[in-house]
Write a protein that binds this ligand. Structure first.
Ligand code: GLC
Length: 550
C-alpha cells in the first residue's frame, strides 16, 4: 500500500505557527522547536507553506527565489536542521511549490521588464493599448487579470495579485527551471510536495474574452495539464513521493486522472467544491448558511467517483485560505467541543488522506475582528474595498469578512494561556483571538476530553485499523437532512460511522442494532446505548467496528 494512505498530514502556516524569537512572526526554528508536539500528535508528514524569498504580498505565495529562504523565516541551515530533526522523529516534510506564478520581484520577471526576450517568454505578455486589456478575465483577488507595462507596451497576466505574474508553461525552459527547483529540494531530503493551484498552469492557445464568466473555464484544467504534470513528476523522479495538487474549480473527471496511481501524476488532490456550499449563488462574498444537503451530496459524489476510478482524495476542512470549520459548519459557541470532534470524525474516517491544519486539532475558531485594520490578507483588503465601492456599509462589509476572510485561518497558533498565547515574545503580526485562554495546546493536553486528545485518537485509529485506509466506502441515510453516515468494508470487516451534522437531537426511523459491533470512538459518553441506537444527540459522532462474521 502506498505509504501515504494510512498517514495523516499536518499543515503548518509558517508565519503563524511559532516564533522562536520576538519578531512577532513564526519561523523555521519555531517549527523545529515544536516537533515533539507534532510527533506526540502522531502525524506523519508536515506540509509547510512557503518560506522562500518573497516580498510577502501574498504571505509567501509570491516567490522571488525558490532556492533561498526569506530572512524573516530563517536560513538554509535552519531548514536543513528542521529536515534532520523531523527525520529523527519519522516525520517527512512536504514543501509548497508555487509554480503557476512568481513574484514580480523574481529575477526572471525583472529581466523580462528590462525587455530581455528570453525572460519575457517566461511569462504571458500580450501586446495592446494601455486602455484595452487583452481579455476581460478577472483576477482571483479582484479586478482585471492583466497589468499594463507602459515601457514595453505590453500587458502581463496575473490570475492572482498584480505582483504574482503567471508563468508560461508552454515554454520548455520554464518547465526545466521548475524541475530544477524540485530536484534541489529533493536532494535536501524533502519527502513530498504540495503544488499550489497547479491545475491553472496550462493556459489556452488563444486568449479570448469570457462572455459567460471570469475566464476560468479557459485555463482551469487547461489543454496540456496532464502532460505537464506527468513530465514534471517523471523527470524529477517524484512519482513515488507524497504529492498533492491544489485544484482550483476542478472537475471529478480531471481529478480521477490527477490522482490515479497508474497515471503517475500526483498522489492526491485537494478540491474545494464542498467548501462552497455556503457561497450564495457561488459568490464567496455573499453569505449564506451552509447547504448541508449539497455538502452531503458533494462528499458522496467525490468519494464514490474517486473510488470507482481508484483515485485518492485529500480530506480536509481547513487550510490557510479557509475560515475555521468549527465556526463555519459547527457551533463554536454552544457545542464547540462536540461539533469540532464531529467534523473531525466525518473526514478522518472517509476514504483518503486526512489533513490537519494547525490549530484545527484544538478547535481554533474564526478571528471575530471588529476593525478593518485588524485584517492583513490582500484578498480581504481588496474585497473590503470592492464591497464598499459596491455600496455595502462598513458594518456589512466587516460582517462578510468575519465569515469569509482568509485571516480567520491565519491567526497565530495558540500554545498556552501566557502572553500572546505562547506564539511569540514580540508583537504578533496578526491579532490573536481572545479565546486562546481556553483554546490552547497546554490546556487541552491536560484535559482528557479535549478536542486535541480526540484528534490524537483519530490519528492513531488510522494506524491501528487497516479498514480506515483501505476499506471501500458506501453512504447511508443518503436523503436524511441531518445525518452524515457511511460504512467502510474490508474483507468482511465493517466500520460504521454516524454523524449528526446539527445542533439538535435526531431520531432514527428504525433502531440500529449493535450486536457484534464494538464502539471505537464517540464524542459523547455511550453507556446508555443498550444494544441499539435510536437517536443521536447534538453533533454526536459514533464510530463502530464489526469484525468478520464467522
Ligand atoms: C493558493 C494558495 C493561496 C494563494 C494562491 C496564489 O490558493 O493556497 O494562499 O494566495 O494560491 O498563490
Amino acid at each position: 500500500m502506498s505509504q501515504f494512505k494510512n498517514s495523516t498530514i499536518y499543515q503548518i502556516y509558517t508565519k503563524s505557527f511559532h516564533d522562536s524569537g520576538a519578531k512577532g512572526i513564526g519561523d523555521i526554528k519555531g517549527v523545529t522547536e515544536k516537533l515533539d508536539y507534532l510527533q506526540d500528535l502522531g502525524i506523519d508528514y508536515i506540509w509547510m507553506t512557503p518560506f522562500f524569498k518573497s516580498p510577502q504580498n501574498d504571505n509567501g505565495y509570491d516567490v522571488a527565489d525558490y532556492l533561498s529562504i526569506e530572512p524573516m523565516f530563517g536560513t538554509m541551515e535552519d531548514v536543513e536542521e528542521l529536515i534532520k530533526e523531523a527525520d529523527k522523529r519519522h516525520i517527512g516534510l512536504m514543501f509548497d511549490m508555487v509554480f503557476n506564478h512568481t513574484s514580480t520581484q523574481h529575477e526572471w520577471f525583472q529581466r523580462a521588464l528590462q525587455g530581455e526576450k528570453e525572460y519575457m517568454d517566461y511569462y504571458i505578455f500580450k501586446d495592446g493599448e494601455a486602455d484595452m486589456p487583452p481579455t476581460n478575465w478577472e483576477s482571483k483577488f479582484g479586478g482585471n487579470a492583466w497589468e499594463y507595462v507602459p515601457h514595453l507596451k505590453k500587458w502581463y497576466l496575473h490570475l492572482f495579485d498584480v505582483t504574482q505574474a503567471d508563468l508560461n508553461w508552454d515554454n520548455p525552459k520554464v518547465r526545466e527551471e521548475l524541475k530544477e527547483v524540485i530536484r534541489f529540494w529533493k536532494k535536501k531530503g524533502v519527502k513530498g510536495f504540495r503544488f499550489d493551484v497547479v491545475n491553472l498552469i496550462s493556459k489556452p492557445e488563444q486568449f479570448e474574452n469570457d462572455d459567460l464568466g471570469d475566464g476560468r473555464r479557459f485555463y482551469t484544467d487547461g489543454p496540456n495539464i496532464h502532460g505537464y504534470l506527468k513530465e514534471l513528476v517523471g523527470d524529477t523522479g517524484i512519482a513515488d513521493m507524497v504529492t498533492v495538487g491544489e485544484m482550483s474549480s476542478t472537475s471529478l473527471e480531471n481529478c480521477v486522472r490527477y490522482a490515479n496511481p497508474e497515471e503517475r501524476e500526483l498522489s492526491m488532490v485537494f478540491n474545494f467544491h464542498h467548501l462552497k456550499v455556503d457561497y450564495k449563488d457561488g459568490n464567496k462574498w455573499e453569505i449564506m448558511e451552509p447547504d448541508y444537503a449539497a455538502l452531503k451530496n458533494l462528499y458522496e459524489v467525490w468519494q464514490c467517483g474517486m473510488q470507482e476510478k481508484k483515485a485518492w482524495n485529500a480530506l480536509f476542512w481547513c487550510n490557510h485560505d479557509q475560515p475555521r470549520a468549527v465556526s463555519r459548519f459547527g457551533d463554536d459557541q454552544n457545542y464547540w467541543k462536540e461539533s469540532a470532534k464531529m467534523l473531525a470524525t466525518m473526514i478522518h474516517m472517509m476514504r483518503g488522506t486526512p489533513y490537519v491544519f494547525q490549530g484545527e486539532e484544538l478547535g481554533m475558531t474564526n478571528a471575530n475582528y471588529e476593525e478593518i485594520s485588524d485584517y492583513q490578507d490582500v484578498e480581504s483588503t481588496n474585497y473590503y474595498d470592492i464591497m464598499r465601492a459596491d455600496g455595502k456599509s462598513n458594518e456589512e462589509a466587516l460582517e462578510v469578512l468575519k465569515k469569509r476572510s482568509r485571516d480567520n485561518g491565519r491567526t497565530p497558533m495558540q500554545w498556552n494561556t501566557g502572553e500572546n498565547a505562547g506564539f511569540t515574545k514580540g508583537k504578533p503580526w496578526l491579532r490573536i483571538p481572545e479565546n486562546y485562554v481556553f483554546v490552547n495546546v497546554e490546556s487541552e493536553q491536560k484535559d482528557a476530553d479535549s478536542i486535541l486528545q480526540y484528534y490524537k485518537t483519530l490519528i492513531s485509529l488510522r494506524k491501528k485499523y487497516d479498514i480506515i485506509a483501505k476499506g471501500e466506502i458506501e453512504f447511508l441515510y443518503r436523503e436524511h437532512p441531518d445525518l452524515f453516515a457511511y460504512i467502510r468494508t474490508l474483507k468482511g470487516q465493517k466500520l460504521l460511522v454516524l454523524n449528526n451534522l446539527k445542533g439538535k437531537q435526531v431520531e432514527l426511523a428504525e433502531a440500529l442494532h449493535l450486536e457484534g459491533y464494538q464502539m471505537l470512538l464517540s464524542n459523547y459518553e455511550q453507556e446508555d446505548k443498550k444494544g441499539q441506537i435510536t437517536s443521536l444527540r447534538e453533533y454526536e459522532s459514533i464510530v463502530l467496528l464489526k469484525n468478520n462474521d464467522k
